[in-house]
Design a protein around this ligand. Structure first.
Ligand code: ZN
Ligand code: ZN
Length: 273
């Protein structure tokens, strides 16, 4: 499978990157394509690399805006594209289906409030009621210990340590390769389990040692390195670094704890397993 970083900026879009968004694609004849998070600003660069109608699912780690807010834009694109506005028949004659969205419970209500249209006031295709986004999306709850099969990819979710319900996501392809995405989390046992033996651990490092002292929110580079080392992940990719933080400091912290290869995620970078 191939991982492409779409948005890597921590907590809000930065001058050189959208907020969190990652594309995973398999290389089979009929590939599986999923997006992990669709944060603020990410719908723009995502469209540069994939037709969003071709996505098999969107998986949201949690419901902070930097991880889910561009779902509102994807909803508009899905519903009001003039090519399909009068029905769900594509120009190749196939029926468009709703995009599955795997997310913590309450995602549909939260995103509906973010998008908000007065009931009955939206000229949605087919005359349906779009007030709950169900015209475009089919929502599935994720919970700790869940395992969902999406095409040829298995997606497992692990509850992690963050101020809202948040999950690390462990993605396994048909060949057994594993990518773990931390979402947002401080150091915790479930995050180690999610990353256990992963071929690639895409891990947030939003905080800096000695500067950011709050706990239960984010990892420092040092704590990210420690989780990767404890989990025996084969490679560590640091991400979700805010624009006010010097990436080299965070990377240096991680290198003090983790003995494997470390990279910094940048928009457009990709890794193939
Ligand atoms: Zn975040
Ligand atoms: Zn968050």
């Amino acid at each position: 499978m191939k991982l492409t970083a779409i948005g890597t900026s921590g907590s809000f879009p930065g001058p050189n990157s959208a907020a969190s968004c990652y594309l995973i694609e398999t290389d089979e004849e009929s590939p599986t394509r999923i997006v992990l998070d669709l944060g603020s600003g990410a719908l723009s660069p995502l469209q540069a690399v994939i037709d969003t109608d071709a996505l098999d699912a969107v998986v949201l780690s949690h419901l902070h805006p930097d991880h889910c807010m561009d779902m509102t834009g994807l909803y508009v694109k899905r519903c009001f594209d003039p090519r399909f506005f009068n029905g769900d028949i594509t120009d190749t004659g196939t029926i468009r289906t709703r995009t599955p969205v795997y997310a913590p419970a309450g995602a549909q209500e939260r995103l509906t409030r973010a998008y908000y249209t007065d009931p009955g006031k939206s000229p949605v295709a087919n005359g349906g009621d779009d007030s709950d986004l169900s015209h475009a999306f089919e929502f599935f709850d994720i919970d700790h210990g869940d395992s969902h099969q999406i095409g040829s990819l298995r997606v497992e979710s692990f509850l992690v340590d963050h101020p809202v319900e948040a999950y690390a996501l462990r993605i396994t392809d048909a060949q057994g390769h594993v990518i773990t995405y931390s979402g947002d989390s401080d150091e915790c046992e479930n995050l180690v389990e999610a990353a256990r033996g992963a071929d690639l651990f895409l891990c947030e490092a939003a905080f800096q040692e000695d500067r950011d002292t709050a706990r239960g929110i984010h990892l420092t580079g040092r704590r990210a390195g420690r989780v990767a080392q404890t989990a025996e992940a084969a490679a560590l990719v640091l991400t979700h670094i805010p624009s006010w933080t010097d990436c080299s400091i965070v990377r240096g912290e991680a290198a003090g704890e983790y003995r494997g290869p470390i990279e910094l995620a940048k928009p457009g970078a990709s890794w193939t397993l």
